[in-house]
Design a protein around this ligand. Structure first.
Ligand code: MG
Length: 455
């Protein structure tokens, strides 16, 4: 059977079931072979299994002849930045991001701070599948060193941003990898900070490592009751950020992404911003008003990073709170995003609720249609053939990830689920009525195709 270890965010699995130290050692060895690595950086988030997997990974890397620098518990973006800054051949992050505590994973970064995409991950899989490992001679086994290099990242942020206002911030790293660096950076920028859940704890006892309106309820209450300006929360590895406004309301991911993208374009006076096919069309509305252009990619931060580099974009992000700022590196960065949002509010002279209120209000609808795994990709292809005729007023067609059609008053996206026997339909409309009409037509088309191809 062909191995399928990597998804768009590296390897993820339940520890000691799917993701064992034996597998991780093999991944380490394979990395040294792929990039002929002489120097590799390794970091981990706060998960219980982190140290065990780090030891396994380091063994593989050393056995393949690489010198390894372990930087300890560190947010993913900091590892990516240090990989570039310290001119390592690769950086490896041990994290399962926002997944529950029993999970862990491996995400690999290149010397430009971009995570490995399908091609490089596929090559690593092939080496592991064939077990075609190459071990170093005994004299060539690598060395390991331990150093906390995060000062370099702190310096870069301090040079990039200055805040004039003493922002009252309630910060919630959720016991994840940003637990010490994020409070230190925000304090050094002059924020009046109260940090909650800022002890490292791989059981994530306070809340889910995935920031959402639900998991950040207590943060929202504290912001409301304390009269703070903003609440800031990160996911388990600190590459995503979520915000609570000064009224204690969870800020919609799509709205703040669009508002911030418009701010960047306004400052740069035009340019390209990148997002994925699932993001709201608010980003086009907001970007085009500033003379900017939007490029859309497949879902997955690596695709956004690659497109930012390719199009020399000024900013990019996904509506899960993963924002990429190419002026410092190409990995989504929750800490830098939170600092830059405060800077944007300061420059615009607005409170957070007002900043996002300037984005239009649209309606999103989602529907899943059951469909056999064997047939789902074929059905999406067939939908692609018929969808333009079903929506004669369409404006733009894209097959970058599933099938996406933009319309005058909304858009529709049809994708096969990556993990379940489902076809997922996402629709956005300028009004609920428009969204419902688009959804109705979309469902009719898919049912027709499913009827022909078979469930
Ligand atoms: Mg993450």
């Amino acid at each position: 059977m062909k191995l399928k270890l990597f998804g768009s965010s590296g390897v993820r699995g339940v520890v000691n079931a799917d993701l064992t130290p034996i597998l991780v050692t093999k991944i380490g060895l394979a990395i040294t072979m792929l990039v002929k690595a002489k120097k590799v950086l390794v970091a981990r988030d706060t998960r219980v299994s982190g140290q065990m997997l780090e030891d396994a990974l380091v063994s593989g890397l050393l056995a393949g002849g690489a010198n390894v620098s372990c930087v300890g518990v560190m947010p993913t973006p900091v590892l990516a930045y240090l990989t570039m800054k310290l001119k390592a051949d690769a950086g490896v992050m041990i994290t399962a991001s926002h997944n529950p505590p029993q999970y862990n994973g491996i995400k690999i970064f290149d010397k430009d701070s971009i995570s490995y995409g399908d091609e490089k991950q596929g090559k690593i899989e092939k080496i592991i599948e064939r077990e075609s490992f190459r071990f170093a001679e005994w004299q060539g086994i690598g060395n390991v060193s331990h150093a906390n290099e995060s000062g370099l990242y702190v310096e870069t942020i301090a040079k990039a941003v200055e805040l004039g206002k003493k922002w009252r911030v309630i910060l919630d790293p959720g016991c994840g990898a940003a637990y010490s660096l994020a409070p230190a950076i925000l304090k050094s920028l002059g924020c009046k900070l109260t940090a909650i859940n800022s002890q490292p704890d791989g059981f994530f006892p306070a809340r889910s490592p995935e920031p959402s309106a639900e998991s950040l309820k207590s943060l929202a209450n504290i912001v409301r009751e304390s009269g703070a300006d903003v609440g800031i929360a990160y996911d388990g590895d600190g590459d995503r950020v979520a915000f609570i406004d000064e009224k204690g309301v969870f800020v919609d991911f799509d709205r703040v992404l669009a508002a911030y993208a418009a701010y960047v374009l306004k400052r740069k006076q035009r340019g390209v911003v990148v997002t994925n096919v699932e993001a709201s069309m608010r980003i086009e509305k907001m970007a085009e008003a500033q003379g900017g252009k939007v490029v859309r990619t497949r879902v997955g931060d690596v695709y956004v990073s690659e497109a930012i580099k390719q199009h020399k974009a000024v900013f990019g992000g996904e509506p899960c709170g993963a924002w990429i700022h190419p002026k410092i590196h190409y990995c989504p960065d929750g800490i830098f995003s939170s600092v830059m949002l405060l800077k944007a509010l300061e420059d615009e002279g607005k409170r957070l609720s007002k900043f996002v209120a300037e984005t239009p209000v649209y309606e999103t609808l989602r529907k899943n249609i059951p469909c056999k795994n064997e047939a789902k990709y074929r059905i999406v292809d067939k939908v692609g053939e018929g969808i333009k005729a079903a929506f004669p007023e369409h404006m733009e067609y894209s097959a970058v990830d599933g099938v996406r059609l933009s319309l005058k008053n909304g858009w529709i996206l049809v994708r096969a689920s990556g993990t379940e026997p489902l076809i997922r339909i996402t629709v956005e409309g300028e009004s609920l009525k428009a969204a419902k009409e688009i959804m109705k037509k979309g469902v009719m088309l898919i049912n027709k195709v499913v009827g022909k191809v078979g469930k």
